[in-house]
Design a protein around this ligand. Structure first.
Ligand code: EPU
Length: 423
């Protein structure tokens, strides 16, 4: 792995237009869903990221041939169903590997998937995934760090998938995918309402599944005998879009996002407007600018349609420059605060109180060498670097490459002074 770093000279106002890539968190479970059929699946708008490439390699391990065209269209076709082991080496690099469990169990009657461990954003259990699959009739045990699941026949069931932190995104994906081939009706209560899960449901329905209620907390899935290949286009990435909105706001610039889905971002748009960011809906997209002055605010992350945890760190960077005190509370991953210590190195004034950051606005951030620790924390550091006085060097940008397609190229096109340098 190349240990690239970003060198950013802050202070440029970002101006221009940027095309949002397809959503990483749609593409990953949708690629995994291709395991449910022997037909060819053609998925457009798959962002070229370390994580989507890792998923392609995992599908390869599991007997699928995966090919990618220049334009982001990916073809997946399962050729051999004998190998159903997702190894620890893959899973530890990408937690989303867990979403092959449901499809393998449903299609191949059994799977062995390494149990994901924790990550930089905290401990991340999969108990709800397993509870849901057990309710469908799977027998599941842990062996040598692997989840071993078998089910001669899956049967529809009524399943409550809420946990202590609300619904589970990939847990809903796993149970929904398994239920498409179960016998009879499955009802998932407290299902994840995220647009990425609705996107997965749309893909499953294109394959011939009978899923209704997507986008609501109650999904009904009527099992079918088999699924066929299908074509699908991934929705635009609302987290990437939100990151560029904040880039416009933090640099006092003006960015046009012609393909952003504002309807997927109401909580974000609402919060940014409260802070004083101007967001004009235009021709299906949005234009984002500022009045220079940023107001402080309170924000709490929640499952969709609440403010997304995946934009918590980026919002924190913005509020570092608001006039007054803000409070940002993390209700999805209460330990997701890796960005705070690095922002302090850049002159931010942030105090942690349990799962809350109290941010007191400062006049300016100051460039510094900092370290990327996870995907969204790294995005927050890039945003801070764009406005900081002087030079910011961000090491370990492989974290960013997991989830942002060509972020430096897109930022350069908007006028940012950012360069990728190999360390
Ligand atoms: N949880 C449980 N038990 C479970 C599953 C989850 O207690 O079995 C808890 C988690 O610990 C957490 C909460 O439920 O407190 C929500 O976790 P969820 O399962 O929804 O997260 P995920 O599905 O593993 C996806 C995204 C994350 C995003 C979260 C929340 C993908 C590939 N990942 O993870 O994205 O933060 O939903 O929206 O879709 C990112 O893109 O940077 C990222 C981390």
């Amino acid at each position: 792995m190349a240990l690239d770093k970003f060198v950013i000279n802050g202070g440029n106002r970002l101006k221009g237009e940027v095309q949002v890539s397809g959503a990483k968190n749609s593409a990953l479970p949708i690629l995994a869903a291709s395991l449910l059929t022997e037909g060819t699946c053609t998925i457009s708008g798959v962002p070229d990221l370390a994580d989507t490439r890792a998923m392609g390699e995992l599908l390869g391990d599991l007997g699928a041939s995966v090919s990618r065209e220049e334009n982001g269209r990916v073809h997946v076709r399962v050729a051999d169903e004998r190998q159903s082991h997702a190894r620890y080496d893959r899973v530890r690099k990408m937690r989303a590997s867990i979403c092959v469990l449901g499809p393998l169990l449903a299609k191949r009657k059994g799977a062995r998937v390494a149990m994901p461990g924790g990550c930089a954003i905290g401990s991340r259990p999969v108990n709800l995934h397993l509870r849901g699959l057990r309710a469908l009739g799977a027998q599941i045990e842990l062996d040598g760090g692997d989840i071993v699941a078998v089910a001669r026949k899956l049967r529809g069931a009524e399943i409550f998938l809420g946990g202590p932190f609300g619904s589970t995104v990939l847990g809903t994906a796993n149970v929904m995918m398994a239920a498409t081939l179960a016998e009879g009706r499955t009802v998932i209560e407290s299902a994840a309402c995220e647009p990425e899960i609705a996107d997965l449901a749309a893909f499953l329905n294109a394959m011939g599944a009978k899923v209704s209620g997507a986008g609501t907390p109650r999904f009904v899935i009527d099992g079918v005998e088999q699924l066929s290949g299908a074509e699908h286009r991934i929705i635009p990435d609302r987290i990437e879009a939100g990151t560029f909105m904040i880039a416009a706001a933090i640099t006092n610039g003006e960015i046009n996002l012609p393909n952003v889905r504002v309807d997927h971002m109401m909580a974000v748009v609402d919060k940014l407007r409260e802070v004083g960011v101007i967001i004009d809906k235009a021709d299906g997209g949005a234009v984002v600018s500022t009045t220079r002055h940023l107001e402080p605010t309170d924000a709490t992350t929640q499952p969709f349609p609440g403010f997304p945890t995946d934009l918590q760190a980026q919002l924190t960077s913005l509020l570092c420059l608001a006039e007054g005190n803000s409070a940002i509370t993390e209700k999805v991953f209460p330990d997701r605060f890796m960005h705070v210590a690095e922002l302090l190195r850049m002159g931010a004034n942030i105090r942690k109180e349990g799962p809350t950051s109290i941010v007191t606005g400062v006049k300016r951030l100051i460039g510094a060498p900092v370290m990327a620790s996870d995907l969204r924390a790294s995005a927050a550091l890039v945003l801070a670097g764009l406005v900081a006085k002087g030079t910011t060097t961000i090491r370990r940008v492989y974290h960013i490459d997991r989830g942002y397609e060509q972020i430096e190229t897109k930022l350069q096109a908007l006028g940012a002074d950012i360069e990728r340098v190999s360390d």
